[in-house]
Design a binder for this molecule. Structure first.
Ligand code: G4P
Length: 532
């Protein structure tokens, strides 16, 4: 029998990379896969994406805009560990997929451009990590270009993200003067060579290191800086695990400098799959990765891998048990207690270059389950059908659009299409209490474009998504049911229901939301709705 300490789930590491567009996420991903030996030539990640994209029509949007709408999973091995990298779209037009993917990660690498520091999208993604207290490893990229003062970048992380920072390395200058970096724990200096990559490590402060820097003033200045860098204190693993402290690494993804060290850091610090909270038969419970029965949750559904079929692939993150191909899994029952059973005959594992049928999978693995729309984002799956995870939260949309049909007689048809796409998690749908409008919500405008395209190709409906009079949506909740009902009754003109029937305040501005909150102290207006 396998001892708990030898359990294969202990060797799994699930992580995501978060960054603002252009900070270097794609380059880093590719060079991580190269460094780990999972691919053999640069350009393969992009090429693979290209091939996949041509398979489907609506993904033309992706192609036209040169971005990837769909996040996917890439598996690679390093130092006897199996890394599952959950890829998140890296464009300003990102979508809820990006947020949802983070709910399945146990750790995140935050990539910053050394010249720019924290950018708006870094901040948004960070907030989602904080929601789950996901530990974050920071990678300051592009040191081969002129960078800002490192002390300023670290101060910015502390200020804007309220995170304690501990530099694990310290770079020597940047841009054309970039000479390499010190590993502060081992006191070794890794020289950066003109061709990129690095030479053999040299003892910090040694004559060899001075010779490699080849600039006495810079050598002295750098030696002082390294002493100052040590004043940030010791790395505290517990504080990191709890999401309060971030270790900071440096490098150049493009020049493959510091990439292997970053993977080593993940190997050392990224947590293995942990015990997770859930309910069993409606009672609070937990599942452990080493439990015998299989359980997991769907964090993403990707549609239209083939436009001729309404095929979907649901991405299931396993939380416990040993999954075997052919197994029957059940969804946790919905409000009416109905549960669906799925025989998983063709589960997919996603390697950097290939997809393989998954014969066996463990907690911390992600498998793709082809299905015809049975599985929804947020679904819990288990052998018993009795395990239910809290589900994937909904994030308040930043864009609200009113769906308008050119043929009003098809309204019923449209409603069905919008509901089905909202169930799949493409966009959110809000039905105002008054009138027959259908309001669609998204966190990025690309979601709206994808939805319009799919409604046209899959449902044959011409729809225009026009500006809505509402700008802000917040879930209205209260411990006092009467107070909530009274608010709903009094504000019918501004109330809508989401797909689950939960009340949502639609407002013209944030000011209106604050006003409602002031006037209704028993109510809260939430930006994030946790699914029950
Ligand atoms: P993203 O996925 O975060 O959006 O960023 P991506 O990796 O696509 O990188 C954005 C740009 O930054 C690319 O240049 C890439 O080559 C460059 N880059 C990434 N890492 C580094 C680095 O460490 N040093 C330097 N100097 N540049 C880096 P591009 O010109 O937009 O594209 P390309 O023509 O090089 O592909």
């Amino acid at each position: 029998m396998t001892k708990t300490s030898d359990h294969p789930s202990n060797s799994r590491r699930v992580f995501a990379i978060i960054s603002h567009p252009d900070a270097g996420k794609t380059t880093l991903t590719e060079n991580m896969l190269l460094a780990a030996g999972a691919i053999h030539a640069a350009g393969q990640v992009a090429a693979r994406g290209q091939r996949r994209r041509t398979q489907s029509d609506w993904m033309k949007i992706e192609q036209e805009r040169g971005i990837s709408v769909s996040s996917s999973v890439m598996t690679f091995e390093h130092r006897d560990l199996v890394f599952n990298l959950l890829d998140t779209p890296g464009h300003e037009d990102f979508s809820e997929d990006t947020y949802r993917t983070l709910t399945a990660a146990d750790c995140a690498v935050m990539v910053l451009d050394a010249a720019k520091g924290i950018e708006p999208q870094t901040l948004k993604l960070f907030e989602v990590c904080r929601l789950r207290d996901i530990p974050i490893i920071t990678f300051v990229n592009k040191l081969d270009r002129e960078a800002r003062e490192v002390f300023d970048t670290l101060a910015e992380i502390e200020d804007k993200l309220a995170l304690d920072v501990v530099p694990m390395q310290w770079p020597c200058a940047s841009g054309r003067r970039f000479k390499g970096m010190a590993d502060l724990a081992s006191n070794m200096f890794l020289p950066f060579t003109a061709e990129g990559e690095h030479g053999a490590a040299l003892a910090l402060g040694s004559a060899e290191m001075a010779a490699s820097i080849d600039d006495q003033d810079l050598f002295e200045e750098y030696s002082e800086e390294v002493e100052l860098a040590r004043e940030y204190g010791e790395f505290n693993e517990q504080s990191f695990r709890e999401g309060h402290m971030t270790p900071v690494y440096f490098g150049s993804a493009l020049k493959k400098f510091g990439v292997l060290q970053l993977i080593d850091a993940l190997a050392q610090y990224a947590p293995k799959p942990q015990i997770e909270k859930c309910t069993k038969n409606g009672q609070d419970a937990t599942v452990a990765p080493t439990d015998k029965t299989v359980s997991g949750f769907v964090f993403k559904v990707q549609a239209n891998m083939d436009p001729n079929h309404r095929d979907r692939v649901a991405f299931l993150r396993l939380s416990s048990g040993v999954f075997k191909r052919g197994m029957k899994l059940k969804t946790a029952g919905n409000k009416d207690g109905a549960s669906k059973t799925i025989s998983v005959h063709n589960p997919i594992l996603f390697f950097a270059q290939d997809r393989e049928l998954a014969e066996l999978a463990y907690a911390g693995d992600v498998i793709g389950i082809p299905n015809h729309g049975v599985l929804r984002v947020g679904d819990s799956l288990s052998e018993t059908g009795k395990i239910k995870f809290a589900g994937i939260p909904n994030f308040a949309p930043e864009l609200l659009r009113r769906a308008r049909l050119s043929d009003p007689l098809k309204a019923k048809h449209l409603r069905k299409a919008l509901e089905s796409l909202a169930e799949e998690g493409v966009t959110q749908l809000f039905k105002p209490a008054m009138g027959s409008d259908m309001i669609v919500g998204a966190v990025g405008s690309l979601q709206i474009d994808v939805m319009a395209e799919r409604i046209k190709t899959e449902y044959g409906l011409e729809v225009v998504f026009e500006q809505s009079m509402y700008q802000v949506a917040r879930w209205a909740v209260s411990d006092d049911d009467d107070a909530l009902q009274a608010f709903i009754d009094k504000n019918q003109g501004a109330i809508a229901e989401d797909l689950d029937g939960a009340p949502v305040l639609l407002a013209k501005s944030q000011w209106d939301v604050s006003y409602a909150a002031d006037k209704n102290p028993k109510l809260r207006f939430l930006k994030i709705k946790e699914r029950s």
